[in-house]
Structure formats: structure tokens, C-alpha cells
Design a protein. Sequence first.
Length: 267
Amino acid sequence: MPSSSDSALVDLHIPILYPGDVQEILDLGRHAVELSRLAGVWTSLKVVAAVGDGSGTVDLDLGRTASVVPDMVIDGVAYEHRPDGNLITPHTLRLEQDFRETRAELVRRYALANGLNRTTVDTPDAWIGLVASGFTYHETLQALGRLGLTTPAEIAAAGIRVFQMQMPVPFNPAVIRTFARGLDEIVVVEEKNPTLEWLVKDALYGGPDQPVVVGKTHPDGRLLMRSWGILDADAMVDGLRERISARSGDRLAPEQKRRERLPIPLS
């Protein structure tokens, strides 16, 4: 059955880098290797079927992803990974502590230093924020285009701030708190389970001027984004229209009749 392994990787403390197209597989793949060597962690690439089965023209210039080494000092000591064979109990307890207190922080620092999670569209007048990762991020921009917001300037003029997460796990609460500053609402766009939505809500809960955070459902419990199949532009455009129309409906293109996809018989 189709499923998502995000939650399992979170429990296993494995960083997730999520490419949204063929080029990003190469770019984030290099970051994954560098990060693994730097912090001594296993890393993963989340490649959904639409990306893994896709094709495209890529830039093979190695200079595209020159990584930045972050500050490696933890508690006054410069961290240097030294591989060893202590992978069974009782050493696993020390490994767990080391990851949670040291290596996870180094991974978050690496993501911050290399701009893996970043605001891509912003405006001082933003009232609503969209958070998405990987393939879903690109589909979110496609859906905004169908709503008549085809350029960053048009998206910003509608009061929308957009955040791209290329490494959603381990999650950095400080980054999302900065993104959320001044917003009244955040829409977390993700396929399958609401893993990222839970992390965003947890980071913002109880903070000053906490925005409303929605993802799979509207605040009243109605379905907003489906939890099955691929979450492409077709599947999310209606939900985004409803949330954005609350204040910026006059900037959206008129709703068009949706064309149904017809299956092609194989025999």
C-alpha cells in the first residue's frame, strides 16, 4: 500500500533531505554526503515517485553545491567525528545521547549555514504563510500560478510569504518562528501524514502572537488537503484558494472548471 516513511525516519533520528526535482536530487545528494561525514550521521533522501520516475536537464557543475561548514563548537569543544565499532548496547545509550545533544544540533547548523530551509517569497505586509517541502513545494508554486499568482511579486502582493524546507528533519523551531513572525495564518502543505504540520504547531504553540496553523483540515475540521495519493497542484488548488480568499480574493484569478483526467486503457 502507498505510504510515507517520514515518521519512521524521525524516530530513527535520520535527517531527511527532500528534493523536489531531478536537479535537486543531485544538489541535495551532495549535501547529504557532506553532512553525513561532517556530523557522523546517516542521512536520507526522500524521493517521491513523481521525481524518481521523472526526467529533466541538469547542471553537473560541482560548484553548484559548495557546502559551508558551520560552527562545530559544542559546549566549548570543537566536534570531530571519529568512527568506531561501538554500535551495540550499552554503547547505544551513549550514541542516542550524543545524537540528541550534539549531532542533531550540528545538522541543524549545517542546514542553516547552507540555506537548505529558507523563505523564498516575502513581503512586509504578509498575513498568510505557506510551508512546503520537496516536490510539494514546487507543486504549491504551480497551484499559486493557477490562481493567477505566477511571479514572486504577485504572490507577495497577495500578502503571502512562502517557506521552502529542503531538510525538514531534524526540525529547527527557531527558523520557523522567525518565518511566522507577523503572520496571522500558516498553511502547511504536505502529502500523506501531517508530520511537518505537527512540528510547526509544536514550535509555535504558546508563543507570542501565535498564528493559526492549518494543514490537513480547516480550523472547523473540514478537509483542506487530502492524505492519500500524490498531492499535486490539482489536488491543492481549491484548498489554497479558500484560505487565501479570506483576505486576498480580489487578487486571484476566477475559478475555472476543472478538467478530469481520463485513464488510458492498456488493452
